[in-house]
Design a protein around this ligand. Structure first.
Ligand code: F6P
Length: 538
């Protein structure tokens, strides 16, 4: 159990409010004042470098933030997390995704975790080496992971991030109940050589179950027969009964447990699609990377603890400087699904407005997470980041060594990764613009004010040596722990997600009404939309 501590009642919260009011040095001035700034606010773990120095922090803010973490009893919360205390109180569950990757040490969970990992290893080996045959005796060439939310976003993000590690299987991901997605994929697939993974913690999620049923009908209509289903459909779930009811042999079921949250489940057998695509040993390397970050998080003092420092800077931005969102900007095509993965990880965890004592909070909690890979974003929304009225803290991510040989491209990518945070920091002054505009450009309007960049816009840069499974595992675990720390300080429950329930509940009667061509009893707008949609449908 985590205690309920209202962070706004702490001494450090009050101190931070004063610091925020008084802070008038620009980030550039902070660099000038402190020649050791980069050293102080950057960290290296394994071969990943985290540079927080371009944020609006200094020694005073950092020490007040560290004191806030102490006053909110973060150390005990970390112990509670790792010890398996039921910190997901509203669901009466422990939160133990870290156990899934605790490979170097034995614990009371090791045996069950190892048993499932062995099963994943065996299946993925057989699939990759062609021993697992489809109904016509041909090897499996394509795997379709049917899942949504945590049963899709994590596995998909990791699988595409590790594209250079792919073996013989082509992965596909189906999540949306919109059949267009399934339809487009199925058109390309051959039932003889396709394996479907039905990935759902609960095995009740509407989207996943609907897609799974449709995939099975497609399989049966296109050459497969009932007895062949077991070679082409496997399940990953915590719900044995529902898997059986769906008609999947529990021999073909990969288990995980209620102490693994959906959005924290890629490390479990939900990662089966990852293992089948990159091979089991690299799946384990991913887990080992996460474990390295877990150990760093668990064992380092607060001031040198990378996820804690990142979390505290986020709190400073969110609660004291009023910055409402956080951009995730990976300068790597392989990490293109990182922003959407982190949207769920962060916003489903910390998008809460009731504290741990059940009281409505009177301060900001989780930020809006969004982003796109660089350099595409530069030509889309960076205008607002540079010159808009909102301050958007940005995480820039870069991989030093690419997995291709087009050095010229990579030099250009790297130069952009370096230039953007520098531009945000420095801006461009009136004098600099004036110097550039020596000669009149013949326009009627004085363009000078439009060309000024105020600068002083915060960013964090994360530089990874290479995007291998180990480093990726570390990076994901870094974000998971950052989210955890923020949830502890905001005094909220980060591991439930009641906010997704109401829409699901309301969709049920609406579906029945649509099927009966009725409009039901709704608010006037919803009724008009229902009628409109029904009239439009042919
Ligand atoms: O969106 C709500 C949610 O419960 C997520 O937390 C979860 O990742 C997703 O639905 C899918 O759930 P399941 O794996 O049970 O199908």
């Amino acid at each position: 159990m985590l205690p309920s501590i209202d962070p706004t009642t702490t001494k450090s919260w009050a101190e931070l409010k004063v610091l925020a009011k008084e802070s008038n040095s620009s980030i550039q001035e902070l660099f000038q004042k402190d020649p050791k700034r980069v050293e102080k606010f950057s960290f290296e773990l394994e071969s990943t470098y985290f540079d927080f120095s371009k944020n609006t922090i200094d020694d005073d803010t950092m020490s007040a933030l560290l004191a806030l973490a102490k006053e909110c009893e973060l150390a005990d919360a970390i112990k509670a997390l790792f010890s398996g205390a039921k910190i997901n109180q509203t669901e009466d569950r422990a939160v133990l995704h870290t156990e899934l990757r605790r490979l170097s040490e034995k614990s009371s969970y090791s045996d069950q975790v190892r048993k499932e990992l062995d099963k994943v290893e065996k299946a993925s080996d057989r699939i990759i080496n062609g021993e697992w045959k489809g109904y016509s005796g041909r090897r499996i060439t394509d795997i379709v992971n049917i899942g949504i939310g945590g049963s899709d976003l994590g596995p998909k993000m990791v699988t595409y991030a590790l594209r250079p590690y792919w073996k013989s299987i082509k992965p596909h991901f189906i999540s949306n109940v919109d059949a267009q997605q399934l339809h487009e994929e199925l058109e390309e697939l051959n039932p003889e050589t396709t394996l479907f993974i039905i990935a759902s913690k609960t095995f009740t999620t509407q989207e996943t179950m609907t897609n799974a049923e449709t995939a099975r009908s497609w399989f049966l209509k296109n050459g497969g027969s009932e007895p062949d289903v077991s070679r082409h459909f496997v399940a990953v779930s915590t719900n044995k009964k529902a898997v059986e009811e769906f008609g999947i042999d529990t021999e073909n079921m990969f288990e995980f447990w209620d102490w693994v949250g959906g959005r924290y489940s890629l490390w479990s057998s939900i990662g089966l699609v990852i293992a089948c695509t990159i091979g089991y040993s690299d799946f384990e390397n991913l887990l080992l990377g996460a474990e390295a970050m877990d150990n760093h998080f668990k064992d380092s003092d607060f001031e040198n603890n990378i996820p804690i420092v990142a979390a505290l800077i986020g709190i400073w931005h969110n609660n004291f400087l009023g910055y409402e969102s956080q951009a995730i900007l990976p300068y790597d095509h392989r990490l293109r699904f990182l922003p959407s993965y982190l949207q769920q990880a962060d916003m489903e965890s910390n998008g809460k407005s009731v504290d741990r004592s059940g009281k409505k909070v009177n301060y900001q909690t989780g930020p809006i997470i969004w982003g796109e890979p660089g350099t595409n974003g530069q030509h889309a929304f960076y205008q607002l980041i540079h010159q808009g009225t909102k301050i958007i803290p940005c995480d820039f991510l870069m991989i030093a060594n690419p997995a291709h040989e087009y050095t010229d491209h990579h030099d250009k990518l790297l130069s952009n990764f370096l230039a953007q945070p520098e531009a945000l920091l420095k801006g461009k002054s009136k004098e600099e613009v004036q110097a550039e505009l020596q000669e009149s450009n013949g326009l009627d309007i004085d363009v000078l004010p439009f060309k000024i960049f105020e600068g002083n816009r915060p960013s964090t840069s994360i530089l990874v040596n290479e995007l291998n499974p180990f480093n990726l595992g570390m990076l994901i675990s870094f974000y998971e722990h950052k989210i955890f720390v923020q949830g502890v300080i905001w005094n909220i429950f980060s591991f439930d997600q009641w906010g997704v329930e109401l829409g699901k509940q309301l969709a049920k009667p609406i579906l029945a009404e649509i099927q009966k061509k009725e409009t039901g009893n709704h608010d006037a707008s919803t009724s008009a939309l229902m009628k409109g949609a029904q009239d439009m449908r042919k």
